[in-house]
Structures are given as C-alpha cells and as structure tokens.
Design a protein around this ligand. Structure first.
Ligand SMILES: O=c1ccc(O)c[nH]1
Length: 347
C-alpha cells in the first residue's frame, strides 16, 4: 500500500534523530537511477528540517551487463566509487551518508566508514521502511544478542530437516543491524533487526539443509524441495537436491569463482515486524527481501564475500539464505529454538 509523504518524513525524522543527526552536519544522499523518488524527497526534507547541509551524489549504475538480476545484492564488490576519487572525497567529508542505491560489500564502503562517516542503507520500498522504522528497543535487542555472540567460541545449528553444522567463532567482528547509525564510522541498514558475524576462515563444517519454504536471496523464492549443502572447512563442497538445487548451482556457476561457495555471514533474525510470508506478496524486483533476512527466529547464513568483516574475499556472488525452524546454539546455549528466539536477556 502507498504511504504518504508526511508519514515518510516522520519516519526519516525518527531514523535521523536516532542517528544523532545534528544541525550543521553534512548529509550526502547517494542515489542512482533505481532510487525511489519518495524515499529521496522525504529524506531530503527531513534532513534539511533538522538543520543539516544536504548534498546529493547521483552515480551511474554498473554491473548491469554482468549481473543476472537487477537486485543490487546479486552482484556485489565493485561500485561506481571504485577509482572515483572525487566522489570518495565528498563521502569521506560527509558526516552521514544515506545510501539509497546500495553499495554494500565494497572496499570503498569500508574506506568511507574508516574516515568516521556514518552510513545508512535504505533501498526497500517506502511502505516497508515505514513498517519497520527502527527503535531504541531494536538496538537493545540486537546488542543484547551481540553480547552473547561476542563471547561464543562456536555456533552450532541443527534442525529436524537435517541441518547439523558447526561454525568456529572469534576471528571477525559482529554485524549488528538495528536500522540506524548512532556512532561515527557505523554502517547500518534500515530496515533490519538481526545479528551476524563471520565464522573463522576454514572452520565451518557439517550439513545445512535449505528446507521447503526456506528462502534464497536474491532469487527471492521459497524453496520447494530440500537443498542439502555439505560444508567442509568453510566452503560448500557439495550440493544435493532437485530442481531448486540445479537452479542455485546454475546461478553460482555463472560467477566462475570458487570463493562464491565460501560461508559468509551467519546469524539470526530479531525483528518481530519482519515476516517470513512477505516475500510472497511482493513482485521479485520490488524489494531486496529484508523481511526475509530479519524475521525473528530465522537462522540467516550466506555465501560469498567477507569484505564487510574486513576480510579480503571480494567475490561478486552473495547469496543470503534465511532458514526457518532451526535451533541455534552458542557454546551449547540456545538463542533460537526451532525457529523461535529464546533466552533473551534484554537490558
Ligand atoms: O543488510 C544486509 C543485507 C544483506 C546482507 O547480506 C547483509 N546485511
């Protein structure tokens, strides 16, 4: 359903306030041809109304001839910022960048954040943004879960469908996504509400069953028959199953990159306002599927890059796979039990 400009301006005011936007700060809004006009217009009005200097940097689209999908997450790692010194100078000089085009998983994003710039990604449709306007409670919930994950040495995930996989932890930082950027150098994604990290390189082993009803992104489909992934030393070494497996294999093979089979971030969803069933209600290209990534109680794992975590695996293939009905344990303690978040201690 459409959302009014008034509601979107209010939503942006909440997100920008939670992001500690101060009068006189510089906001640069990053756009391209796919940027939603209402998101852009309402962000500009809200930021100006809060006293910010607001720039807009419109960049050309790229990778269109390489990617098999218009979903910006289907081909990651190189962006119009690669080698673009003038654009990088503007973004590094800005206090806050609103990314309405989707940079994610790019070395340039890391460089901008290192300069102290805060960066907020927001490319979902306006009504999805408005449905999941971030709150302090979202941050508390994600940070409470993160406190547990930071201490853990191992994540063990099992399911009745046959998943039984272990990830050693401790090499990489947390990916705490709660939808606003309250500290210098922080990146976040509105909408979100989930926690992840990357396993120790080469230390993921076991079986992951992508079961009926689980989701593949950017494919944005509900799997019809189980896909069985055999994970060895941090890589998917074998995939077994029916048509969904063949389709996934065909997609990954187009990248001609063995690193596409690496385990990327692993974690679980903590957003009650995100729903598993939403994906079926949107046209494929209308969203990037953040409901699927964030719905509370999912086990979200992914394949491909680790540049987001400071690694040097910059493969262009990035697949996010949220699973239902899993039990996620940290050093033996359950944080998700058969698809339901458990044992939370939120301050
Ligand atoms: O917000 C996001 C979106 C995609 C992803 O892979 C990680 N975080």
């Amino acid at each position: 359903m459409a959302i009014s400009d008034y509601e979107m301006i209010q939503a942006w005011r909440q997100v920008l306030s939670l992001s500690n936007l101060k009068s006189g700060e510089t906001v640069t809004i990053l756009t391209n041809v796919l940027t939603n006009p209402q998101t852009l217009q309402t962000a500009t009005i809200a930021a100006r109304d809060m006293g910010a200097i607001v720039n807009r940097l419109d960049l050309p689209p790229m990778n269109g001839e390489k990617s098999l999908s218009r979903d910006a997450l289907a081909y990651v790692g190189t962006t119009p910022l690669t080698g673009n010194k003038a654009a990088m100078a503007l973004l590094k000089e800005s206090d806050l960048v609103l990314d309405l085009m989707l940079l994610l998983f790019s070395p340039e994003q890391g460089e901008i954040l290192e300069s102290g710039t805060r960066m907020l990604l927001a490319v979902e449709p306006p009504e999805v943004l408005a449905r999941m306007v971030p709150t302090e409670a979202d941050r508390s919930r994600v940070l409470a879960a993160s406190a547990k994950l930071q201490k853990a040495k191992e994540m063990h995930v099992v399911s009745k469908g046959g998943t039984n996989v272990r990830f050693k932890l401790g090499q990489y930082p947390m990916l705490e996504e709660y939808g606003f950027v309250d500290k210098p150098g922080r990146w976040d994604h509105w909408p979100s509400g989930f926690l992840a990290t990357w396993p120790v390189e080469g230390q993921s082993n076991g079986t992951i069953v992508i079961d009926k009803g689980d989701i593949l992104l950017p494919q944005k489909n509900y799997v019809n028959e189980p896909i069985i992934l055999h994970v060895e030393d941090g890589f998917v070494k074998k995939m077994e199953g029916g048509i969904d497996t063949e389709l996934l294999r065909d997609f990954i093979e187009t990248y001609e990159d063995p690193e596409a089979y690496a385990i990327s971030h692993i974690g679980w969803g903590l957003q009650d306002r995100a729903r598993w069933s939403v994906l079926g209600l949107y046209d494929r290209e209308a969203t990037i599927g953040m409901d699927a990534r964030a719905f509370a109680g999912n086990f979200l794992f992914s394949l491909g890059p680790n540049t987001e975590a400071g690694g040097n695996r910059n493969t262009a293939c990035h697949i996010d796979i949220p699973l239902r009905n899993c039990t996620v344990m940290l050093d033996g303690q359950e944080v998700v039990h058969q698809g339901k978040v458990v044992n939370e201690v939120v301050a």
